[in-house]
Ligand binder design. Structure first.
Ligand code: GLA
Length: 394
């Protein structure tokens, strides 16, 4: 048995005195490419990873929900149906958000106990929050005998985050946490939520994640601002190209940028320029993956990073420095920040036989105020995993 599962199960037994009846797992994710494109109906290309949230649950025959977070070493509880979006324990809000959304769709619940833990570094851009939401959702489905379609479950968890946590996130993280597939990335068309699984097997090259250890802080408002700016750009484009059907930024092409530059503020113009070019890069990367064209994949990754840095302005010195160090090794096809930005991780495609020396270069050259003494960036190979699932049922 997985050691995280063991920890959650044993903690549950120690606190509540009985075996949990269900244990559920939901993974974090890495986004290969397609950043800040989901909330304007664009393309994203994430994969579920082997870092996860595990939740153990059991009914308790009361009207109370009581749970324990191993990571925060804290207990929290609430009455059934009384879900407070301003609950002082932030980690508990993600769970309350899901319960509240289930209540909104009239899904009957009963009191239960739970224990939750994870190994996705919080604030690292690998979607620990979506994994908490999706683990809660799937555990509730099994505990109370109902089942949601994948899209409905993802949308429900997204609403939980929008309404309870206050981040106006798109659909990518919750959806991939649900539909991820081992060894495959999933291209999501965020206008209709159709998906395409694509093997990211790259002969002679390996995918790695490098965690800068810079944690996102106070950025939820920045995220929400970017979203507003993109929505403003979309409204302007719809006016400017009223003769065309513009349902999302992805209906626009590079050729439209000349006209858009004249009617948008410089900031809004940069934001939509990023999104339009990023949507193209997702499609290009998908094609290059199918053709085994490493050079094109790598170019798309670097171009995505430059666009996120210069046009979308969501990078930071730590992420830029890691991408530069990786590039300078000469053994990396491409690298970019992954996730919302402002800190967190870089994804890179590295020559398999040079991984050791690439790691050594990062250790030698990467410095940041965020690192403790003798600490370096964390580096690990990407293991692409399945989406949310039940891992134990009595
Ligand atoms: C966060 C959000 C996603 C997406 C990314 C940026 O992870 O939750 O919906 O917008 O940022 O691509």
């Amino acid at each position: 048995m997985d050691s995280l599962q063991q920890l959650v199960q044993q903690t549950f037994i120690a606190r509540f005195g009985n075996q949990p009846s269900i244990i559920a797992l939901a993974p974090g994710r890495v986004n290969i490419i397609g950043e800040h494109t989901d909330y304007t109906g664009g393309f994203v290309f994430p994969a579920a990873i082997d870092k996860e949230i595990i939740i153990a649950v059991d009914k308790n025959d009361t009207d109370t929900i009581t749970g324990f977070s191993v990571d925060f070493n804290e207990e929290a509880s609430t009455n059934l149906g009384a879900y407070d979006p301003t609950h002082p324990k932030e980690w508990f809000r993600y769970i309350l958000g899901v319960l509240d959304e289930l209540q909104t769709i009239d899904q009957p619940l009963e009191g239960f106990n739970f224990c939750i833990a994870g190994n996705i570094p919080v604030g690292s851009g690998l979607s620990s929050s979506a994994a908490v939401e999706m683990a809660t959702c799937i555990a509730m489905e099994r505990l109370f005998n109902f089942s949601l379609e994948d899209q409905a479950a993802a949308l429900l968890c997204q609403r939980a985050e929008n309404n309870f946590v206050g981040v106006n996130c798109g659909i990518m993280d919750q959806y991939i946490s649900r539909v991820g597939k081992a060894n495959h990335a999933v291209k999501i068309d965020c206008s209709d939520l159709t998906i395409q699984t694509v093997s990211i097997n790259t002969p002679d090259y390996s995918w790695i994640i490098v965690d800068s250890k810079k944690r996102r802080g106070l950025v939820d408002s920045e995220y929400n601002n970017r979203r507003k700016e993109c929505e403003e750009g979309l409204a302007i484009a719809q006016r400017e190209f009223s003769e065309r059907e513009i349902s999302g930024l992805r209906s626009l092409s590079i050729a439209d940028l000349g006209r858009l530059e004249k009617v948008c503020s410089p900031i809004v113009f940069k934001r939509i320029k990023h999104v339009i070019s990023e949507n193209n890069r997702v499609l290009e990367t998908e094609k290059a993956l199918l053709e085994g064209d490493i050079k094109t994949i790598g170019d798309c990754l670097y171009a995505s990073h430059a666009s996120l840095r210069d046009d979308f302005n969501v990078s930071c010195k730590e992420l830029d420095s890691l991408v530069n160090i990786l590039k300078d090794t000469g053994d990396v096809a491409g690298a970019r920040l992954t996730g919302a930005g402002f800190g967190g991780c870089v994804i890179a495609l590295v020559k398999s036989d040079a991984i050791g020396s690439v790691i050594a270069s990062i250790k030698q050259h990467y410095t940041s105020d965020c690192l403790q003494e003798n600490e370096s960036a964390a580096i690990w190979p990407i293991v692409i995993s399945d989406g949310a699932r039940i891992i134990h049922k009595e």
